[in-house]
Design a protein. Structure first.
Length: 365
């Protein structure tokens, strides 16, 4: 007795034939997609070019790709540039969409920032020589009376902007003060050249100047400066940080990692937020470090993508959802106080985040 009828056998033969045809097509397609069958253009896309030095402010997308910059990163760099972003320090690129910590470590040696745009500390002679003209808008800016007299040598950028200075003016004042060792009288303040006489006169009623150091103090200071200079934590590399007594290699690595996440430190006190820095260790290294807050990378809160906002340590998941939702409804904010009023940020969150935010209502501003 036969197991299958002639009709069933014919059906099985046809089915096996079809299966063999499908298998042959699959194997042929796989073979044709092998690297040796790719076109030259496709092969160039699949094969990463060897890394070369690139300028994130000048090179276009294709040039960066030819120099080995990954596609996502090259797109992110160009996109930020279209919003008016200028990369002034290498760490600015750590905030670009698509940039991971490990990828940044690979690219960092090849990032080239032109001297014409690179952020550098300024000294008194540079500021004095520049004599930047005061704009018409700045000359008519009114000063809001501070709550009480304040010491100019300890005032932060955020504090100065509350009383009538623009953010740029406040940053220049702070940098000038730090570079020259303090602001000791009204003539010293006027040398900043970014503050109009009218604004300076209004502020002078509330400013407390530090006592100018005596000649003996200057001599003593110079003698003390014979010891290693204080380390600037926003630009120092691992080797420089480890040279500071009290900072071990692991701590140096964590300081740099946290610096990239933040966009830079605006205060040396932020190091105390790191678990690897104990209270006693922090007190030990504090006299040996300083912070140039001018070089921090700021977030364009009205245009930043969700992924960029999510990466910042000071933006919680709840705050991120509120920011994205309210920004879609409102279009953006002009100052951080509006974000407090809209229940986007608490006062504590706003205080921590303020140094890292920019407020633009147009991408072309």
């Amino acid at each position: 007795m036969e197991l299958f009828s002639s009709h069933q056998r014919r059906g099985m033969v046809v089915m096996l034939s079809l299966l063999l045809i499908v298998l042959a097509i699959f194997l042929l397609a796989e073979h044709m997609l092998a690297p040796e069958f790719l076109t030259e253009e496709a092969a160039q896309v699949q094969t990463a070019a060897p890394l070369q030095s690139f300028d994130p402010n000048a090179d276009d997308y294709l040039t960066m790709r030819q120099k080995g910059v990954p596609t996502d990163v090259a797109v992110g760099i160009v996109r930020w540039r279209s919003y008016g972003k200028v990369y002034r320090i290498k760490e600015d690129l750590a905030q670009v969409t698509g940039m991971t910590d490990s990828l940044y470590e690979q690219l960092e040696p090849y990032i080239s920032i032109a001297d014409s745009v690179a952020a550098r500390p300024v000294d008194e002679s540079v500021v004095t020589a520049s004599k930047s003209p005061v704009s018409k808008e700045q000359s008519h800016r009114e000063v809001t009376a501070p709550d009480e007299p304040f010491l100019i040598d300890t005032a932060s950028v955020a504090y100065l902007t509350r009383w009538g200075l623009t953010e740029r003016q406040a940053e220049v004042v702070v940098r000038y003060r730090d570079a020259s060792g303090g602001i000791f009288d009204k003539e010293h303040l006027r040398r900043c050249y970014v503050i109009s006489d009218k604004v300076a006169e209004q502020l002078l009623r509330y400013i407390i100047f530090s006592e100018k150091p005596t000649q003996q103090a200057v001599v003593t200071s110079k003698q003390e400066s014979a010891v290693p200079q204080r380390v600037e934590i926003n630009t120092a590399d691992s080797a420089t940080l480890v040279a500071v007594d009290g900072i071990v290699p692991k701590s140096a690595s964590e300081i740099i990692k946290y610096r990239r996440l933040l966009g830079g430190y605006h205060s040396v006190e932020q190091l105390s937020e790191l678990k690897c820095i104990t209270e006693s260790n922090f007190e030990k290294i504090l006299p040996k470090i300083w912070c140039d807050s001018f070089v921090i990378s700021k977030i364009d809160i009205n245009f930043a993508r969700s992924l960029e906002l999510e990466r910042h340590p000071y933006i919680s998941a709840q705050a991120l959802r509120r920011i994205v939702k309210q920004r879609q409804l409102k279009g953006g904010w002009t100052r951080i106080e509006e974000m407090i009023d809209d229940d986007i940020l608490s006062e504590e969150e706003a205080k921590r985040l303020a140094p890292y935010l920019r407020f633009r209502l147009s991408a072309t501003e």
